[in-house]
Design a protein around this ligand. Sequence first.
Ligand SMILES: [Zn+2]
Length: 443
Amino acid sequence: MQGDPSLWAVALNTWDIRRRPQLGRGALRRFQEQRLRQLIAHAYDRVPYYRELFDRHGLAPERVRTLADLERVPITTRRTLQALPLEQIVARGFDPKKLSAHTTSGSSGRPITIRRSRREGWLLDAVRRRAMIGYGLRRGDVKAVIKTPDGMPQPRWRQELRLRVRGTINQLVDCHLPLPEVVARLRELRPAIVECYPGVLARIARDIDPAELRALRLRFITTAGEVLTPAMREQATAAFGVPVFDVYASWEFNLLAWECPQRGAYHVSDDAVILEVLRDGRPAAPGERGVVVGTALHSFAMPLIRYEQGDLVTRGAEGCLCGAPFSTISEIQGRMIDHFPLPDGRVVHPYRLTTPIRDACPWIRELQAIQLAPDRLVMKLVAHPHPSPDELDRVRALAAAQLGPAVRFQVEVVPEIPLEASGKFRPYRSSVYSDYAGIALRR
Ligand SMILES: [Zn+2]
């Protein structure tokens, strides 16, 4: 596919990703700007959406050469990309059928399908692996990933191949299983590392005997996908007896930032993304909070240039106190996802409820599920086109299949779902129990 890195370029880049932390801030910045120029030229030539955007703003691609020039490029929102047909956003020369496609269905209230080539995926994996090696990942390690299942489990030959090439195996554990079964699965897999949503991890830490958790003899735990509060971290560290490191990732960018192993700040994956923190459209000063806008430096199949990720973070220093050359952020106010405790004693992860609905109802643009009482749930939907009564019945039936007959479920089609007072969009919240109740959120 034209525009896709050659295998040689992937190998060189992977090597660079490993050694870049030693090269210092200047080298990182040079890499970002060189990559930015390639990306802008490519997007203007081959992606109709960006050509039209640049032309409409009278911006010649040659005028975007440095990080400072980047602010000339208008910001693109998820809502804009979500509404565009494939041929507007996938670069000419890439065959969409050969790209991996992931729809951010469960994790975000506003779905978008992110496409990338296999080789682009390898590079982003290398960036993620670098962070894991910094935490103590070793060759031969099994990593158990406790998450909502997507797609088929990997066949055994692929696991073997991965073990040979990368030296590690990822094993998926369904986070919707009852917690004792999740722990039993971990005992079977004997992982050195567990990756988990903070909400599920906190529930395991609260509900399972710590002696059982310590007997797993993990080396460390990483959390991703949702906000890890200090209380959740304390509970998990105490129960498992190992350090918990938080990483900040999204389907759009893969690893955006990872917690400094010496703690305090998050290192930004500067060689994979140009991460801007904007406050009212201007760059936030260190210590100031703002919205994350990212430019994906390895995404040429479906470029994301100044794409508004939407999370709120505090901008940190250039270069971390630990000596790493990466820029830093802190206080990531990403997804806050409440689980739903039901009258029959089950605690349902919201993805369990919404993923089948989203898969069956392509007309859903935005979604919010709110648990008002143990037996009462409301789902707000922004729809296009407007659903028929039959389609709404379908939503009710799919919800009833997950929630059971004891829960009253109501669907509301609304023109818009308002943001929280903090400015965040919270797709799943519970008035019954929330790990995020009372946490101080600032704008
Ligand atoms: Zn550091």
